[in-house]
Design a protein around this ligand. Structure first.
Ligand SMILES: [Zn+2]
Ligand SMILES: [Zn+2]
Length: 139
């Protein structure tokens, strides 16, 4: 846990990796609910319309889209997201469908290396465990 300043309100709080304090995170959740409710009643709205109607910053709505949280809620995205790898326009997330498929294929094409690593890891922790026991005996 580190004490850091909240990115939203500047208050110091104990963070386990988060950049905003619990209070701001809570209000972000509330805003997300607002946006979701609005889109439920007004499907296919643009980010600008939603922002004006709900008072939620466009920045935050775009963040929700990037986090993949608003994808299926009928938002007409007038903000273009691009695949990090090939720059193709995508509806949500970080990578396009074909890059994602390629990444998964790349990962699964070298499973032998991974299992080798895992084996070594297991050996190491076993050794550590045994030497720990010896240490305890010595005392
Ligand atoms: Zn805050
Ligand atoms: Zn791509």
């Amino acid at each position: 846990m580190n004490l850091i300043n909240c990115q939203e309100c500047g208050k110091v709080f104990a963070s386990a990796g988060q950049k905003v304090c619990p209070n701001c995170r809570k209000s972000e959740e509330e805003k997300y609910e607002l946006v979701k409710d609005y889109l439920w009643d007004h499907p296919n709205s643009t980010v600008k319309t939603v922002s004006e109607a709900t008072g939620v910053e466009e920045k935050l709505i775009i963040k929700f889209i990037k986090d993949n949280r608003l994808q299926s809620d009928g938002l007409a995205i007038d903000y273009s997201l691009k695949c990090k790898i090939c720059d193709k326009e995508i509806a949500a997330g970080v990578y396009c469908e074909s890059c994602r498929t390629k990444m998964i294929n790349d990962l699964s094409s070298k499973p032998s290396q991974e299992t080798e690593k895992d084996k070594n890891k297991g050996k190491k922790s076993e050794k550590m465990f045994i030497s720990d026991r010896f240490k305890k005996k010595e005392k």
